[in-house]
Design a protein around this ligand. Sequence first.
Ligand SMILES: [Zn+2]
Ligand SMILES: [Zn+2]
Length: 503
Amino acid sequence: MLLNTSSDEWLSKINSLNSAGFPILGQSTTPNTGWAYSGSNGGQLQAPQRYDTGSPSSLSGSSTKDRKKRRYKSAALRAESSLTRSLNACVRCKLQRIRCTPDPNNMEGPCLPCTQTLLRISRLPCLRYRITDSSLYRTAFHYYPFFREHLMIGPRYGDFHIQRNWTSNHIIVLDLAQDSNAILRLAVRKFVPSPEDLTSDDTRGNKMYSIPWAIADAEQATKAVNSYLDGCIGHYLDAILDDSNPLVWDIFHCALRLSLVSHPVSCRPIGLLPQVIRLWVACRFLEGRWRCVGQHSLGAERLSHWYSTEPITQVPPFVNYQMAAIFTERILQPLRKTVLKQLQELMLANEKKNWFTIALSVFILLHNYELQCRFHSAFARRRGFPVRFVEMPVINAIHSGAKTILAYFHYACKGQRPFSLDHDWDTDEAKKMAHLDNEQVSFLKKYQHHIHNNGRKPDATSEEPQVRTVSYTHDYEEKYWFVGQMFDVNWVPRETKEDLLPA
Ligand SMILES: [Zn+2]
Ligand SMILES: [Zn+2]
């Protein structure tokens, strides 16, 4: 069971919301900043650079092991195939299941199928992106020396491999909570740190071993986190999402409903959505705000909380670090793999019945990137860094993943503009893109209006960023910067800054 009763509570709450339709506002113009050309290669957009944020699976590359050995007709064809492999087939050729033949006069430029003139989706550039390369959560935290030296991922994650000098067999259970009252219970045990350990700082200015207690058993802790995750999904959606904004709320609502109920064949497969929602929630675990709420705090109430907006009893620093290591290595790493593999399968299957699931999943994954950018920006601001993001490789990995997922999504729309007001879901053209049932069609019709109202009632006075244009700025932490790109009818990958941005 992936979702529990708290999700049902959440559902009944959102079901009771006013579902009145909103009148249409005038369309705003969408400026075009041009494509991210790398001039010399004839306008071909290179695959986003792969940023190593330390995730072992992001290093593994694509699996060629399953590829059947084929007999090639000629040496020339064999050479071409090998070149295509080294370049990656482009998204269009992958989706159309055709050979991605490089242009012999411009080997690294757009492939030949993409340069041919009679293309149905001619506005999208030739992109050699791979979904399974995308990073979905941060694994590295290199600014602070302790985190550089004590990896949260890989076989030596979380220092669990280190033989500890436990002081006794006494185990206590910490009750921890983050954004709700859902409680994560972790068994911890006291140990004697080695003298050289004692100087390390955590990210809040406390000594890492000021409270020398560690998670007693990583396996048990992983089980506890997984069952916490099973039980807290509704609470997290409730605590983090804004129920007055249908642009985000309605998508999660719809995805959750599809995950919970068995649905007619038309909207299958639905296996991906529960995993995507689960991943979205687990990514929030890495964004701080954990506190001790039970009878034990091991003296953590004395720790400084300079960077916290409210005085909370923090989690002891070393336990906090080990928790983050379990979240990344044991929870998110396998989830990422499953989600990307399933998303890739759905994309490559290129079937109309999958479009709705793809659209919901893509939205939630992009929203996840958006929250991560916001977290990293707030982190740097709270600590007074002169830059907007402390860990630029993490932000670059987010951009790279978002560009990849968006490229596949826009190809999956087959040149249609499903979210613009003039898109008529009842036409044959629309039906060529997606197989939808009546409920889904009416959901999307209503959603078109939400986009045009920027997610608000027309009379609402809001200074919020505009969903369709905010991504033409470099304010990556702004609301809608990522999800808004799904609704851009002329989408091309944004040019993003890869160097440190001023605060
Ligand atoms: Zn191609
Ligand atoms: Zn191409």
